[in-house]
Design a protein around this ligand. Sequence first.
Ligand SMILES: Cc1cc2nc3c(=O)[nH]c(=O)nc-3n(C[C@H](O)[C@H](O)[C@H](O)COP(=O)(O)OP(=O)(O)OC[C@H]3O[C@@H](n4cnc5c(N)ncnc54)[C@H](O)[C@@H]3O)c2cc1C
Length: 451
Amino acid sequence: MRFVIIGGGPAGVQAATTAARLGAEVVLIERDVVGGAAHLWDCIPSKAMIATGDRLDEIAEFRGMGLTVGAASIDLDVIRARVTGITELLESHNLRLLESQGVEVVRGSGRLVDQHTVAATTAEGGRSFLADAVMVSTGSRPRIPEWAEPDGDRVLTTRDAYPPPSLPDHLVVVGSGVTGVEFVHMFVNLGARVTLIVSRQQVLPSKDPEVAAVLEENFLARGVQLYKGARAIDLDRTDEGVVVRCDDGRVATGSHALLAIGSLPNVEGVGLAEAGVHMDGSWVAELDHHMRTNVPHIYVAGDVSGKLPLSSVASMQGRKIAEHVMGLHKVDHRHLDYEKAASAIFTDPEIADVGLAEADAFAEGRKVRVTKVPFASTARALINGDSRGFVKIVSDPATGVILGGSIVGRQASELISVIAVAVTNGLRTSDLAESILVHPALAEALSDAAE
Ligand SMILES: Cc1cc2nc3c(=O)[nH]c(=O)nc-3n(C[C@H](O)[C@H](O)[C@H](O)COP(=O)(O)OP(=O)(O)OC[C@H]3O[C@@H](n4cnc5c(N)ncnc54)[C@H](O)[C@@H]3O)c2cc1C
């Protein structure tokens, strides 16, 4: 089996290692960083910058712990070097892993020439590969509205922000989805005033209103200005900074603006249509649940697939595709279930959820049992000096099977994994309640919520 993969992000790397382990001859073509946009611009740099801001914010809490420290200052060059260093370390880890599995990594741009041929344009010239199966995992890039012109200086996309050339004094963030709110959190902690343009009446419009309300409260307490129900329609750069105009007549001025209004798939020049894959504009028109296009041996994975745009989902798609390519679906096989993907928002407090949300169960008229335990009831939260937030578990009242959950609070992004394992494996509340967990630990709120 010769398996050629175009795009070495989380989807590509996972598919390559899984298929190679199962015995395929694998070629992975990557034009930039092995690890993908996830490592170069998205998950990793954003969380590294958020970690720096969080440390700065924590210094304010030291006094309550009986500590006195001097004033902190920010060194943009050190932050930049740290972010780059992490990306480089992760890339070298990926390259070692791929090499150990015998994957051929080709540095260059890949393109389908026909249904079974992939061409790579490299620094040395061109190469051509015959493939029994092909996976396209070329990722996505930030969507730029026609009314804005990012300049990498004052008008930023997420890719210009790790860190930007100068720290914003007043940042106007356009877009209040997951990416937008994470950048608000990051820059507030780094000392910026922030105005957030929220097109709906709630930040994080797709999330549980109770969860979104906690974040809004936190933003307001930290001085973030929320322009709710306002759509940005124009952005000008001035001598002093930026001016963002909204459709309801409001105007936000700031030193910098950051656009966080979604992404577009990288399909240009990849040759999908040329290979006979049916397209619907920029997206692949037909994908079955194995992520196969209408050309059965051409698969699409990750952000370019238009499914759930998460690194974790991209990796799982890559793994499932590799298993399918190698015929594993013919034996006992668990299909990818997007409903069971855990996700987190790295704000203060952190927000994480998985599976069925209480609000969705309510909207569907579905009978569920919802139990909620505040972290304030755990000793560990008091020890940490941060007792904000809660754990909520949604279960089937008849069987006790855990259907979903949300967590708001410190380390929510870690703790949600416990509920994710329960949801994926059909565990019951009693399974969780009867597990002996560490004491004192925040996870005790999970077993309490499962009682
Ligand atoms: C600011 C931000 C923060 C995020 N944070 C998180 C997070 O914390 N957790 C999370 O799970 N998700 C997060 N995401 C989403 C996550 O980054 C994406 O879902 C993930 O990167 C998708 O992986 P992928 O494999 O599809 O592609 P990518 O990571 O986009 O990788 C695609 C690769 O393909 C390469 N490529 C493209 N075209 C070609 C070609 N023709 N030839 C060769 N190579 C090519 C690119 O160079 C790139 O390296 C974040 C997104 C953003 C924007």
